[in-house]
Design a protein around this ligand. Sequence first.
Ligand code: AFP
Length: 338
Amino acid sequence: MLAKRKGITVSRQIMDDQRLHPEATGELTGLLNDLVVAGKIISAEVNMAGLADILGQSGRTNIQGENVQKLDVFANQTIKRRMEQCGHVCVMASEEDDGIIPVLDGYEGNYTIAFDPLDGSSNIDVNVSIGTIFSIHRRLSPSGQGDVGDLLQKGSRQVAAGYIIYGSSTVMVYTTGSGVHGFTLDPSVGEFFLSHPDIRIPETSLYYSVNEAYANHWFDSTRRFIDYLKTADGGKGAYSLRYIGSLVADFHRNLIKGGIFLYTRDKKSGEKSEGKLRLLYEAAPLAMIVEQAGGRAITDDGRRILDIEPAKLHQRVPLIIGAKRDVDLAEKFLRGEM
Ligand code: AFP
């Protein structure tokens, strides 16, 4: 593996990653570089949102029945426009769109992209970190425009996954299957520079992240696990609660500082429900990142997220994700072994 040099640009790193695959054609490199550009455009707009009168709701609801924010619309359009003509994508899916999204005729490439253009968008108006999450697969169909089957692939078949978080600074974290790297945008020169080489999720965790407001509805196993975290080692090793309500922000903090995030089924949603988070746009890409960083991601019945075969574009999935030791522990509680 090539040594990671702090300060190199994300484009340089993406090209270095390509050199690890002698068979590579440069298509994935081109796609990722176009995503970087989309991220810079969205970042600039997020920073200007208050001034540019782009805060607030657009007046529409999306496929998930949620109010669509104006910035959501902007981010969604920005990514679609860059991807439809980059020449490396054959079909797309967005958390904001009902069905598959075609690319421009003549620009079909060999990859698919599924993305959440602005995760955590209910936080936009209050300056809380939000982010773009993406998941990339190789196409399955032989040529031309891709179809839904190209997008409904297991997470374990992702060739790249990542997110761009728009927070106190804008940071891009991605993996192409050989480690996880983080890049911070220097707005003065408009470049992402390597700031977090070879990220490994700390084995010793500080935080658990869960929406405690749902505690009255939790199944007994979830309640006992969270109670255990609060009192671990007789209180000495107790975890602290951190919950932002923006998955990309909760995940990023836990990845860097150590921790576990849970969004499980509960008595209110029912055992047959699928939780809230989306498999294609949220759970699968973050699962690839966490595994590449030494962590784990499972459902609340112990299935590895990356092994789930998606049945539909907007499939939801219960998610437990974070440091391996914590997810292993959660699994024991969920199995009734603790
Ligand atoms: P929004 O995009 O509507 O803000 O939803 C964010 C999200 O999908 C995910 O980013 C959070 O982790 C989760 O929902 C928070 O859900 P709760 O409000 O139910 O805790």
